[in-house]
Design a protein around this ligand. Structure first.
Ligand SMILES: C[S@@+](CC[C@H](N)C(=O)[O-])C[C@H]1O[C@@H](n2cnc3c(N)ncnc32)[C@H](O)[C@@H]1O
Length: 229
């Protein structure tokens, strides 16, 4: 994925700018805890709750952060209306997510944004870095996609693992084989979702009770939207 570290850097710059360097963070759809990892390295006084539904990725996250009291992980389905009840805290200074919410269709995503309104403290932030597509620019979108896929094909030819190869390795791993089989029962290859525009995200976050919302970083393929409560 291009520009991955760049988006995390900007995300954490804006955490620092708006809620300081010792925030209580919710790493939403955390996967292996990528955001939690960057957060705790940069801000040693921060704490994080990672939430996800994938048992294989959560097993990796729990192994990576074992013994670190600052990180906790929770299994929950973000489409389940009761998921916030599984969290160890009622409120967070920052809810952060990357490359994940395009796994949801717009209706459940809008419902999730509605729940975030009451999960973020007043003055707190929500940030989402993800694929956000402007349907009004089809030629730019097609050219960007072809260019990105060509780079991925070159990386694969040079030996990089793609999605399917990575999951095949996990399925062969003695520790991860069980959770990986379970993960395929939950999702299949990949859940189906939508990639609405950055404008849709900002408008929906305002409707959910955030006072301000706008893009704070963008690459040709991805956008980081920040909302302040
Ligand atoms: C591509 S991963 C990104 C993980 C991490 N944020 C990162 O950047 O490395 C997308 C994550 O979204 C999670 N996810 C998708 N739908 C979910 C749902 N309904 N409830 C909880 N997690 C979900 C998946 O399990 C997966 O871990």
């Amino acid at each position: 994925m291009p520009d991955r570290e760049e988006r995390f850097r900007v995300m954490l710059d804006m955490v620092e700018a708006l809620v300081g360097s010792a925030p209580r963070v919710l790493d939403l759809a955390c996967g292996t805890g990528s955001i939690t990892d960057r957060l705790l390295k940069r801000f040693p006084g921060a704490t994080s709750t990672g939430v996800d539904l994938d048992p294989a990725l959560l097993a990796i996250a729990e192994g990576c952060f074992a013994g670190d009291e600052r990180a906790r992980f929770v299994t929950a389905d973000l489409k389940d209306p009761g998921w916030t009840g599984l969290l160890p805290h009622r409120e967070y200074d920052a809810v952060l997510t990357a490359t994940a919410l395009h796994w949801l269709h717009t209706e459940p995503l809008a419902a999730l944004y509605g729940q975030l309104g009451s999960l973020v403290v007043n003055g707190g932030v929500f940030m989402n870095a993800d694929h956000m597509i402007d349907e009004g620019t089809p030629r730019i979108n097609a050219a960007e996609r072809a260019h990105r896929h060509a780079a991925m094909d070159r990386a694969r030819a040079a030996g990089a693992l793609d999605w399917a190869d990575w999951w095949a390795l996990a399925a062969d791993d003695p520790v991860l084989a069980g959770p990986t089989a379970e993960r395929y029962r939950i999702y299949g290859e990949h859940a189906d979702g939508d990639m609405p525009s950055a404008r849709w995200h900002a408008d929906t976050l305002r409707a959910a009770g955030f006072a301000e919302a706008r893009t704070v970083w963008a690459s040709p393929s991805d956008t980081l939207v920040l909302a302040v409560k």
